[in-house]
Unconditional design. Structure first.
Ligand SMILES: [Fe+2]
Length: 262
Protein backbone atom coordinates (compact mmCIF):
# COMPACT_ATOMS: atom_id res chain seq x y z
CA UNK A 1 0.00 0.00 0.00
CA UNK A 2 1.05 3.56 -0.64
CA UNK A 3 1.39 6.13 2.13
CA UNK A 4 -0.87 9.02 1.18
CA UNK A 5 -0.37 11.27 4.16
CA UNK A 6 1.32 11.69 7.50
CA UNK A 7 -0.22 13.94 10.12
CA UNK A 8 1.72 15.18 13.13
CA UNK A 9 -0.38 16.20 16.13
CA UNK A 10 1.47 18.23 18.77
CA UNK A 11 0.33 18.41 22.41
CA UNK A 12 -0.93 21.54 24.18
CA UNK A 13 1.66 24.32 24.01
CA UNK A 14 2.22 25.79 27.48
CA UNK A 15 3.58 29.32 27.55
CA UNK A 16 5.57 31.55 25.24
CA UNK A 17 8.89 29.82 25.83
CA UNK A 18 7.28 26.74 24.35
CA UNK A 19 6.24 28.70 21.25
CA UNK A 20 9.89 29.79 20.91
CA UNK A 21 10.94 26.18 21.35
CA UNK A 22 8.63 25.10 18.53
CA UNK A 23 9.91 27.92 16.31
CA UNK A 24 13.35 26.30 16.56
CA UNK A 25 12.31 22.65 16.31
CA UNK A 26 8.92 22.08 14.70
CA UNK A 27 9.64 22.61 10.99
CA UNK A 28 12.79 20.51 11.13
CA UNK A 29 11.04 17.70 13.02
CA UNK A 30 7.99 17.70 10.74
CA UNK A 31 10.23 17.59 7.67
CA UNK A 32 12.34 14.73 9.03
CA UNK A 33 9.18 12.72 9.80
CA UNK A 34 7.67 13.50 6.40
CA UNK A 35 4.60 15.11 7.97
CA UNK A 36 2.21 16.65 5.44
CA UNK A 37 -0.03 18.37 7.99
CA UNK A 38 0.94 19.66 11.42
CA UNK A 39 -1.83 20.21 13.97
CA UNK A 40 -0.94 21.98 17.22
CA UNK A 41 -3.18 22.47 20.24
CA UNK A 42 -2.52 26.08 21.23
CA UNK A 43 -5.01 26.86 23.95
CA UNK A 44 -2.44 27.32 26.74
CA UNK A 45 0.24 28.99 24.65
CA UNK A 46 -0.27 32.52 26.00
CA UNK A 47 0.81 31.78 29.56
CA UNK A 48 -1.63 28.98 30.38
CA UNK A 49 -5.16 30.41 30.04
CA UNK A 50 -5.72 31.11 26.40
CA UNK A 51 -4.13 32.15 23.15
CA UNK A 52 -3.73 35.71 21.97
CA UNK A 53 -3.62 36.78 18.34
CA UNK A 54 0.14 37.44 18.26
CA UNK A 55 0.90 34.04 19.75
CA UNK A 56 -1.49 32.32 17.33
CA UNK A 57 0.45 33.93 14.49
CA UNK A 58 3.74 32.87 16.13
CA UNK A 59 2.56 29.24 16.24
CA UNK A 60 1.64 29.39 12.57
CA UNK A 61 5.02 30.95 11.79
CA UNK A 62 6.70 28.15 13.78
CA UNK A 63 5.20 25.56 11.43
CA UNK A 64 1.70 24.76 12.70
CA UNK A 65 -0.65 24.30 9.73
CA UNK A 66 -3.69 24.23 12.00
CA UNK A 67 -4.23 25.35 15.60
CA UNK A 68 -6.87 23.60 17.70
CA UNK A 69 -8.19 24.89 21.02
CA UNK A 70 -10.23 23.78 24.03
CA UNK A 71 -11.76 25.05 27.25
CA UNK A 72 -9.55 28.17 27.17
CA UNK A 73 -10.46 28.99 23.55
CA UNK A 74 -11.92 32.33 24.54
CA UNK A 75 -9.39 33.24 27.24
CA UNK A 76 -7.90 36.08 25.15
CA UNK A 77 -10.37 38.62 23.83
CA UNK A 78 -8.04 39.72 21.07
CA UNK A 79 -8.27 36.26 19.48
CA UNK A 80 -12.01 36.60 18.79
CA UNK A 81 -11.62 38.48 15.51
CA UNK A 82 -8.72 36.23 14.48
CA UNK A 83 -10.95 33.17 15.04
CA UNK A 84 -13.60 34.61 12.73
CA UNK A 85 -11.12 35.77 10.09
CA UNK A 86 -8.85 32.70 9.94
CA UNK A 87 -11.17 29.70 10.01
CA UNK A 88 -8.81 27.73 7.76
CA UNK A 89 -5.96 27.76 10.31
CA UNK A 90 -7.55 27.92 13.76
CA UNK A 91 -10.59 26.10 15.13
CA UNK A 92 -12.27 25.92 18.54
CA UNK A 93 -14.48 23.17 19.97
CA UNK A 94 -17.57 22.80 17.78
CA UNK A 95 -19.87 22.09 20.71
CA UNK A 96 -19.69 25.65 22.08
CA UNK A 97 -22.80 27.73 21.37
CA UNK A 98 -23.02 28.92 17.77
CA UNK A 99 -22.81 32.55 18.92
CA UNK A 100 -19.18 32.04 20.04
CA UNK A 101 -16.42 33.34 17.73
CA UNK A 102 -14.79 31.01 15.22
CA UNK A 103 -15.73 27.61 13.87
CA UNK A 104 -15.46 24.04 15.12
CA UNK A 105 -14.23 22.40 11.95
CA UNK A 106 -12.42 23.28 8.77
CA UNK A 107 -11.53 21.64 5.47
CA UNK A 108 -7.88 21.57 4.46
CA UNK A 109 -6.49 20.35 1.15
CA UNK A 110 -3.40 18.16 1.69
CA UNK A 111 -1.69 16.14 -1.06
CA UNK A 112 -4.77 16.65 -3.24
CA UNK A 113 -7.10 15.23 -0.57
CA UNK A 114 -9.75 17.04 1.44
CA UNK A 115 -9.08 16.72 5.17
CA UNK A 116 -11.93 17.55 7.54
CA UNK A 117 -10.36 18.79 10.78
CA UNK A 118 -12.66 18.89 13.80
CA UNK A 119 -12.29 20.09 17.38
CA UNK A 120 -14.67 19.11 20.20
CA UNK A 121 -14.62 19.53 23.96
CA UNK A 122 -15.41 16.76 26.38
CA UNK A 123 -18.12 17.37 28.99
CA UNK A 124 -17.02 14.95 31.75
CA UNK A 125 -15.52 17.10 34.56
CA UNK A 126 -15.64 20.02 32.12
CA UNK A 127 -18.05 22.75 31.07
CA UNK A 128 -21.48 21.43 30.12
CA UNK A 129 -21.47 22.15 26.41
CA UNK A 130 -23.49 20.36 23.74
CA UNK A 131 -23.16 16.58 23.80
CA UNK A 132 -19.87 16.01 21.93
CA UNK A 133 -20.97 12.62 20.56
CA UNK A 134 -24.09 14.10 19.01
CA UNK A 135 -22.06 17.11 17.82
CA UNK A 136 -19.55 14.80 16.09
CA UNK A 137 -22.38 12.98 14.28
CA UNK A 138 -23.90 16.29 13.25
CA UNK A 139 -20.60 17.58 11.83
CA UNK A 140 -19.94 14.40 9.84
CA UNK A 141 -23.48 14.44 8.47
CA UNK A 142 -23.23 18.12 7.53
CA UNK A 143 -19.90 17.64 5.73
CA UNK A 144 -20.84 14.31 4.10
CA UNK A 145 -19.31 13.99 0.64
CA UNK A 146 -17.08 17.03 1.17
CA UNK A 147 -14.04 15.26 2.64
CA UNK A 148 -11.73 12.29 1.99
CA UNK A 149 -10.11 12.10 5.44
CA UNK A 150 -11.33 13.27 8.83
CA UNK A 151 -9.57 13.93 12.12
CA UNK A 152 -10.71 15.05 15.56
CA UNK A 153 -8.93 16.79 18.42
CA UNK A 154 -11.11 15.79 21.39
CA UNK A 155 -10.17 18.11 24.23
CA UNK A 156 -11.22 16.35 27.39
CA UNK A 157 -10.41 15.52 30.98
CA UNK A 158 -11.73 11.97 31.31
CA UNK A 159 -9.86 9.10 29.67
CA UNK A 160 -13.13 7.12 29.49
CA UNK A 161 -14.95 9.85 27.56
CA UNK A 162 -12.05 10.20 25.11
CA UNK A 163 -11.79 6.47 24.51
CA UNK A 164 -15.57 6.33 24.09
CA UNK A 165 -15.28 9.02 21.40
CA UNK A 166 -12.60 6.94 19.67
CA UNK A 167 -14.98 3.98 19.51
CA UNK A 168 -17.93 6.20 18.59
CA UNK A 169 -16.06 7.43 15.51
CA UNK A 170 -14.11 4.22 14.80
CA UNK A 171 -14.22 3.47 11.08
CA UNK A 172 -15.93 6.80 10.34
CA UNK A 173 -12.90 9.09 10.73
CA UNK A 174 -9.23 8.29 10.26
CA UNK A 175 -7.82 9.95 13.39
CA UNK A 176 -9.02 10.74 16.92
CA UNK A 177 -6.54 12.21 19.37
CA UNK A 178 -7.14 13.62 22.81
CA UNK A 179 -5.70 16.79 24.35
CA UNK A 180 -6.07 18.83 27.57
CA UNK A 181 -4.55 16.69 30.34
CA UNK A 182 -0.93 17.52 29.34
CA UNK A 183 0.05 13.94 30.25
CA UNK A 184 0.98 11.71 27.29
CA UNK A 185 -0.83 8.39 27.35
CA UNK A 186 0.79 5.12 26.27
CA UNK A 187 -2.20 3.86 24.27
CA UNK A 188 -1.35 4.77 20.68
CA UNK A 189 -3.36 2.24 18.69
CA UNK A 190 -5.49 1.39 15.71
CA UNK A 191 -9.08 0.81 16.87
CA UNK A 192 -10.96 -2.29 15.57
CA UNK A 193 -12.53 -0.55 12.57
CA UNK A 194 -9.32 1.27 11.58
CA UNK A 195 -9.26 4.65 13.32
CA UNK A 196 -5.86 5.81 14.58
CA UNK A 197 -6.24 6.77 18.23
CA UNK A 198 -4.47 8.11 21.31
CA UNK A 199 -6.14 9.28 24.53
CA UNK A 200 -3.81 12.25 25.08
CA UNK A 201 -0.96 13.72 23.07
CA UNK A 202 0.68 15.22 26.16
CA UNK A 203 2.04 18.77 26.04
CA UNK A 204 4.71 21.02 24.67
CA UNK A 205 6.06 22.60 27.81
CA UNK A 206 8.46 22.60 30.75
CA UNK A 207 8.83 19.09 32.07
CA UNK A 208 9.80 19.95 35.64
CA UNK A 209 6.54 21.69 36.52
CA UNK A 210 3.08 20.27 37.15
CA UNK A 211 1.39 20.02 33.74
CA UNK A 212 3.70 22.84 32.64
CA UNK A 213 2.76 25.07 35.57
CA UNK A 214 5.19 26.20 38.28
CA UNK A 215 5.10 23.43 40.89
CA UNK A 216 5.35 25.73 43.95
CA UNK A 217 2.18 27.61 43.00
CA UNK A 218 0.26 24.39 42.39
CA UNK A 219 1.47 22.88 45.67
CA UNK A 220 0.48 26.04 47.57
CA UNK A 221 -3.01 25.70 46.10
CA UNK A 222 -3.18 22.00 46.94
CA UNK A 223 -2.00 22.51 50.51
CA UNK A 224 -4.00 25.63 51.40
CA UNK A 225 -6.89 25.78 48.87
CA UNK A 226 -6.16 29.52 48.70
CA UNK A 227 -6.37 31.39 45.39
CA UNK A 228 -3.03 31.65 43.65
CA UNK A 229 -1.78 32.89 40.30
CA UNK A 230 -0.36 30.07 38.22
CA UNK A 231 2.74 30.76 36.13
CA UNK A 232 4.58 28.65 33.58
CA UNK A 233 7.40 26.52 35.04
CA UNK A 234 11.06 27.17 34.32
CA UNK A 235 13.49 24.59 32.98
CA UNK A 236 13.84 22.43 29.91
CA UNK A 237 11.01 22.11 27.43
CA UNK A 238 9.87 18.99 25.61
CA UNK A 239 7.36 18.62 22.79
CA UNK A 240 5.14 15.54 23.01
CA UNK A 241 3.40 14.57 19.79
CA UNK A 242 1.95 11.68 17.82
CA UNK A 243 2.48 10.86 14.14
CA UNK A 244 -0.38 9.23 12.21
CA UNK A 245 0.34 7.48 8.90
CA UNK A 246 -2.48 6.97 6.39
CA UNK A 247 -2.45 4.56 3.47
CA UNK A 248 -4.25 4.47 0.15
CA UNK A 249 -6.94 1.93 1.02
CA UNK A 250 -10.64 2.39 0.27
CA UNK A 251 -11.68 4.06 2.47
CA UNK A 252 -8.33 5.54 3.50
CA UNK A 253 -7.08 4.01 6.72
CA UNK A 254 -4.67 4.97 9.46
CA UNK A 255 -2.10 2.19 9.58
CA UNK A 256 0.44 3.50 12.07
CA UNK A 257 0.26 5.63 15.24
CA UNK A 258 3.64 6.53 16.72
CA UNK A 259 4.74 8.68 19.64
CA UNK A 260 7.19 11.43 18.82
CA UNK A 261 9.06 13.46 21.42
CA UNK A 262 11.35 16.31 20.44
FE1 LIG B 1 -7.61 22.48 28.19
Amino acid sequence: MIVIMKILAVGDVVGRRSIEYLSKTLRRTAASLGADLVVVNGENASEIHGLCKADAQALLDAGADLITLGNHAFGSRDLYGFLDDNTDVVIRPANYPAACPGVGCTLRRVNGLRVLCMNLSGTAFMEQLDNPFVAADRLLEREKGEYDIALLDFHGEATSEKLAMGFHLDGRVQIVFGTHTHVPTADTRILPAGTGYVTDLGMTGPTNGILGTDAEAVLYKMRTRMPVRFTVADGPIEAQAVLFTLEDTKPHRCVKVERVTF
